[in-house]
Design a protein around this ligand. Structure first.
Ligand code: UDP
Length: 496
C-alpha cells in the first residue's frame, strides 16, 4: 500500500441542490481520478432534498468525507422578502465560524479550499490557514465573465445604457448580455449589492484559480476571452479551468427515500422502460422553480393537447415568485393535492400517456433514459448540462437567476433548444404556444433534425472532454498537481 501523502482538498457547498450536486461530483472526481482526498463542507438548510442528498454521499472511505455545518438561524438577519441570493449569502456568512472550527479541528491539514460563488467570503478563511484557494462556478463561463468583468464596469455607463436605455451589457470577447436576460444583481449599479458583486470579482482574481462547470468545446469563444490577457485588461488574472461537465453518477442519482420514495423511482423507471425510444418529454423546473396557477393550467393543457408522452415534476403553484420552493421543505404529502391545482380531470385523461410526479424526481436517471426525447427545462445550469450529456434537446423556460442567459446561449449560440417568443416570467405562455414547442421538438423531428444532431455532437464532445486525455480532465489534473506541489513544499518545511 502506498504511503505517499495525498493533498487534502476541502470544498464548501452552499445550500440548494443546484450547488450541492456539482460540488459533490467535483469532490468525487478529484478522489477518483486525481489522487487526492476530499472533505466537502455542506452548509445545512431547510431544504430536505439537499440534506437527503448529502446523506446519499458515500462517507465510506477515508478519501471522501462530507461534513454538514450546523444550520445557522438567519431569520432575524434577513428580511423575509429578501431575494433568494441574499438569503444564501447571509447563511454562508453565518457559517464561517463553523467552517473555521471544522478546519482547525482537522487531523490532516487541508492543502486547498474550493469555495462556490456564494461562499466567496470563505476565501479569507483559506488565507487564515495558509491554504490554496480556488473558486468553483457551478454555472457556465459566460456567467463567470459577468463577475470577472464587474470590477471594471463603468457604473454610469451601465446605468445610462443598460438600465435606462435597455442596451446590451458588453463583455469583452463574449456575447453581450441583453437587458431582458440581465442578472438581477447587475440592474442596481448604484446600490451596495453592486459593490458586493465587484468585490466577488476582485476576490476571484486573487484566487489560485477558477474552476467552472463547462468545457472547452461548449464555450470556446467565451473561455478564450477569459484566457486572453489583451481582452482581460486589468481584470482577473487567475487561471480559468474548464472542468465540466460535472453530472451526478448513478450511485447517488436517486436522493434518499425521504424526497423520492424508492418505489416512485422504480415506478418512473419501469414506466420509461415501456415507452418507445425518444418518445417522452420530461418537464421540470429544477429544485425550486414554481409557476403561477394560470401558467400551470396552460402547461397542463398544452401537454394534453400535444398528445405526447410526458413526465412532469409538479409543485404547488406560487404567485409572483418563480423560485417559490427553494430552500423550503419538500412537501411529500402534496401528492394527494395534485387535483387541486391541475385542470379538472387532467390526471385521468392523461393517465395512459403521462406521469405526474409530485415535488421531486430522479432527474439524472430520467434524462439518461433512452425513452426521453426532449426536456422542457427552467435552464438551471445543472439541468442544462444533464440534458446535454445525454444528447437531449430542450425547450427553454427560464425563470430567474442566470437562467435567461442560459436560455439565450442554448437557443442562439449552442443551438440545442427552442424557446417561446414570450418570456415566461413576464407574460403568460399560452397552451397553443407551448403545444407548438412540444410538437416541434417531439413530433416534427425531421423538420428540426439539426437540433437533435447538435445535441448528439455536444454529448460526444462532453464525453471527450472528461476522458483521460480530454481538456477538462487535463485542467482538473493541473489543479490537483498545484495542490500536490504545495503539499510537498509544506512537507519540506516540516509543516505538512
Ligand atoms: N433535480 C432532481 N430532481 C428534481 C429536480 C431537480 O434530481 O425533481 C436535480 C437536477 O437533476 C439538478 C439539480 O437538482 O442536478 C437542479 O440544479 P439546476 O442547476 O438545474 O437548477 P436549480 O435547482 O439550481 O435552479
Amino acid at each position: 500500500q502506498s504511503t505517499k501523502l495525498k493533498p487534502h482538498i476541502c470544498l464548501l457547498a452552499s445550500p440548494g441542490m443546484g450547488h450541492l450536486i456539482p460540488v459533490v461530483e467535483l469532490g468525487k472526481r478529484l478522489v477518483a481520478h486525481h489522487d487526492v482526498q476530499v472533505t466537502v463542507f455542506v452548509v445545512a438548510s431547510h431544504d430536505d432534498a439537499s440534506n437527503s442528498n448529502v446523506h446519499a454521499v458515500p462517507n465510506n472511505n477515508n478519501l471522501f468525507n462530507a461534513v454538514t455545518l450546523p444550520l445557522a438561524n438567519i431569520s432575524s438577519l434577513v428580511n423575509p422578502d429578501a431575494s433568494l441570493g441574499e438569503k444564501i449569502l447571509v447563511l454562508m456568512h453565518k457559517s464561517l465560524p463553523a467552517l473555521r472550527s471544522a478546519i482547525s479541528a482537522m487531523k490532516f491539514r487541508p492543502t486547498a479550499l474550493i469555495v462556490d460563488f456564494f461562499g466567496t467570503e470563505a476565501m479569507d478563511v483559506a488565507d487564515e490557514f495558509g491554504l490554496l484557494k480556488y473558486m468553483f462556478i457551478a454555472s457556465n463561463a459566460w456567467f463567470l465573465a459577468c463577475f470577472i468583468h464587474a470590477p471594471a464596469i463603468d457604473k454610469k455607463l451601465l446605468t445610462d445604457e443598460h438600465f435606462n436605455l435597455e442596451k446590451p451589457m458588453e463583455l469583452p470577447g463574449c456575447m453581450p448580455v441583453r437587458f431582458q436576460d440581465s442578472l438581477e444583481l447587475f440592474l442596481h449599479p448604484n446600490e451596495p449589492i453592486f459593490d458586493f458583486i465587484s468585490s466577488i470579482g476582485m476576490k476571484m482574481s486573487l484566487s489560485d484559480g477558477i474552476l467552472v462547470n463547462t468545457w472547452d468545446d461548449l464555450e470556446p469563444k467565451t473561455l478564450g476571452s477569459l484566457r486572453d490577457d489583451n481582452l482581460l485588461g486589468r481584470v482577473c488574472k487567475a487561471p480559468v479551468y474548464a472542468i465540466g461537465p460535472l453530472v451526478r453518477s448513478p450511485d447517488v442519482a436517486s436522493p434518499s427515500t425521504k424526497t423520492s420514495p424508492s418505489d416512485s423511482r422504480v415506478i418512473i423507471l419501469d414506466w420509461l422502460n415501456e415507452q418507445p425510444s425518444q418518445s417522452v418529454i420530461y418537464v421540470s423546473f429544477g429544485s425550486g422553480g414554481t409557476l403561477s396557477a394560470k401558467q400551470m393550467t396552460e402547461l397542463a393543457w398544452s401537454l394534453e393537447l400535444s398528445q405526447q408522452r410526458f413526465i412532469w415534476v409538479v409543485r404547488p403553484p406560487v404567485e409572483n415568485d418563480v423560485s417559490g420552493s427553494y430552500l423550503t421543505v419538500v412537501d411529500n404529502n402534496s401528492a394527494g393535492k395534485l387535483e387541486d391545482y391541475l385542470p379538472h380531470g387532467f390526471l385521468t385523461r392523461t393517465d395512459k400517456v403521462g406521469l405526474v410526479v409530485p415535488a421531486w424526481a430522479p432527474q439524472a436517471e430520467i434524462l439518461a433514459h433512452p425513452s426521453v426525447g426532449g426536456f422542457l427545462s427552467h435552464c438551471g445550469w445543472n439541468s442544462t448540462v444533464e440534458s446535454i450529456v445525454n444528447g437531449v434537446p430542450m425547450i427553454a423556460w427560464p425563470l430567474h437567476a442566470e437562467q435567461k442567459m442560459n436560455a439565450t446561449m442554448l437557443t442562439e449560440e449552442i443551438g440545442v433548444a427552442f424557446r417561446s417568443k414570450e418570456l415566461p416570467t413576464e407574460s403568460l405562455v399560452t397552451r397553443q404556444e407551448i403545444e407548438m414547442l412540444v410538437r416541434k421538438i417531439m413530433v416534427d423531428k425531421e423538420g428540426h433534425s439539426s437540433i437533435r444532431v447538435r445535441a448528439m455532437e455536444l454529448k460526444y464532445g462532453a464525453q471527450k472532454a472528461t476522458s483521460n486525455s480530454g481538456s477538462s480532465y487535463k485542467s482538473l489534473s493541473q489543479v490537483a498537481k498545484q495542490c500536490e506541489k504545495s503539499l510537498q513544499e509544506l512537507v519540506t518545511l516540516g509543516q505538512g
